[in-house]
Design a protein around this ligand. Structure first.
Ligand code: ARG
Length: 478
């Protein structure tokens, strides 16, 4: 129960809001078991925000006087200030953030405070608070995604013209520009952004006003509250409104995809940092050492980003299993939505922040990479395409070049360019001297021309587009 363990139960407080129906007090063990204040205090600001909008609406429809509404708004501001300054007292008996804030209002305002829960239930209140919290969190993550995109785009510009081996099955395949590889992650992150935006749109529907489950017989104005809180519309069905946690699950799924993207990237760069690859150098300031092996320099940040993906996947699983089989409207199980939701956001936000730090500090070891670019026959596919262009069927071309690779291996030659003109001629009459113009990784990269390929002009176009969209280097975002 972290920082609240000290405060919980420290103060004896007045009876529960439901005490009218109950005899005696709640068992202490039940209070400990059912409380959520130790984690839902994170909804504090959003609960105040929702209560303020609710009070204004109540005044608007005449369920509160203007004076009562002003008293409530003033008291809410004081309560929020107490919270921000760490002076607000949390107590176990008050169970959750909603009861804490309401009790604080009643303490200050007496009967006026006792009016705030008019036409409202904690069921629609908590759904609203969690939506408001999630909406803010989605916007924060979006900012972080943009930050990481910028870092990758900068890295692409910084490594302009650098060629690296591209891999499939982790086997050397074809040469690609390093910038192309960095921009691949920018695209993934852009899909992540669009997933967040898409979920945000569906989230932005107001639950408040659904009351306990069926709505209310009081003359409330839900559109008014929606406008106050920046929701696009009001939930059309009260039974659905209080049970809906789709937005939490969708958000955590979007976070899971981000974590998956980061994890794959981290794995790749961990490999690149090995002595075996030797592609990547990271500054000492973002690496860690070993307590026993003096020579070690480890990419722990990358490993932890990869590792923390497990937590996010776990949070998604928890949420999915949580709502499985819940009947309509509010069930207390739903209280369990918050910890996985908060944890998934905390984890992904910090991973994105640190990922940007890593990308900003990264330098490719271009000499090491260049020295070994001849390994792996990276130009073989381009030579095959050269033959295809000269009218040879693809399957035949594939076989011809495959045989030439085999010949190199038999003779202990490192690359196709080490073969003689006669070898090429013998393999296929269309393989004249001009074939040399596409041999080697430099030539092979230049030969690409398809949309979305690693062709240098293509990559430069994409890079400029991203620079302009992200407002980098004086370029203005469209
Ligand atoms: N703490 C509860 C939650 O987080 C608030 C709603 C409780 N509603 C109720 N009827 N007990 O879900």
């Amino acid at each position: 129960m972290h920082q609240f363990s000290r405060l919980l139960g420290a103060k004896s407080v007045s009876s529960k809001p439901w005490s009218g129906r109950f005899g005696g007090s709640t068992d202490r063990r039940v209070e400990h078991f059912t409380e959520s204040i130790s984690f839902d205090h994170r909804l504090f600001r959003h609960d105040v925000q929702g209560s303020r909008a609710h009070a204004r609406m109540l005044a608007h429809v005449g369920l509160l006087t203007t004076d009562e509404c002003q008293q409530i708004e003033r008291a809410l501001s004081e309560i929020q200030a107490e919270y921000e300054e760490g002076r607000f007292a949390f107590v176990l008996e008050r169970e959750d953030v909603h009861m804490h804030i309401e009790a604080a209002l009643v303490e200050r305002l007496g009967d006026v405070g006792r009016k705030i829960h008019t036409a409202r239930s904690r069921n629609d209140q908590v759904a609203t608070d969690v939506k408001l919290w999630t909406r803010d969190a989605l916007d924060r993550v979006d900012e972080r995604l943009i930050g990481l995109q910028r870092a990758f785009v900068d890295a692409a510009r910084r490594h302009e013209g650098v060629i690296i081996p591209g891999y499939t099955h982790l086997q050397r395949a074809q040469p690609v520009l390093a910038a192309h590889a960095f921009l691949a992650y920018v695209e993934k992150l852009e899909r992540d952004r669009s997933r967040l935006a898409d979920g945000r749109r569906r989230l932005n529907v107001l639950p408040l006003g659904a009351a306990a489950l069926a709505g209310t017989s009081l003359p409330i104005d839900r559109e008014y509250v929606a406008r106050e809180l920046g929701f696009e519309s009001v939930a059309a069905n009260s039974l659905d409104a209080s049970s809906d946690r789709d937005f939490a699950i969708e958000s955590v799924f979007a976070l899971t995809m981000i974590a998956e993207h980061l994890s794959g990237w981290a794995e790749e760069w961990i490999l690149w940092m090995t002595q075996e690859f030797g592609f990547l150098a990271l500054p000492d300031s973002i690496c860690t050492g070993s307590s026993i092996m003096p020579q070690k320099k480890n990419p722990d940040v990358l490993e932890l980003i990869r590792g923390r993906t497990a937590r996010v996947v776990g949070a998604l699983t928890t949420l999915l299993v949580l709502v499985k089989g819940l009947p309509l409207a509010y069930n207390r199980d739903l209280q369990e939505d918050k910890q996985p939701l908060f944890d998934a956001f905390d984890t992904v936000e910090s991973c994105l922040e640190l990922a940007a730090v890593v990308v900003e500090g990264a330098r490719l070891r271009t000499d090491q990479i260049a020295a070994r670019l001849d390994q792996g026959f990276l130009d073989a596919t381009t030579v095959m395409e050269y033959l295809i262009q000269r009218g040879t069927p693809q399957r035949t071309s594939h076989e011809v070049i495959g045989k030439l690779v085999g010949l190199c291996e038999k003779r202990g030659l490192a690359k196709l360019a080490d073969l003689t003109d006669a070898d090429f001629q013998e393999a296929h009459p269309a393989l004249g001297r001009e074939v040399r113009s596409i041999l080697g990784v430099e030539n092979a990269v230049k030969a690409f021309c398809s949309r979305g390929s690693t062709a240098p002009v293509e990559v430069e176009t994409r890079l400029r587009e991203w620079e302009s969209r992200l407002g980098i280097g004086g370029a203005v975002a469209s």
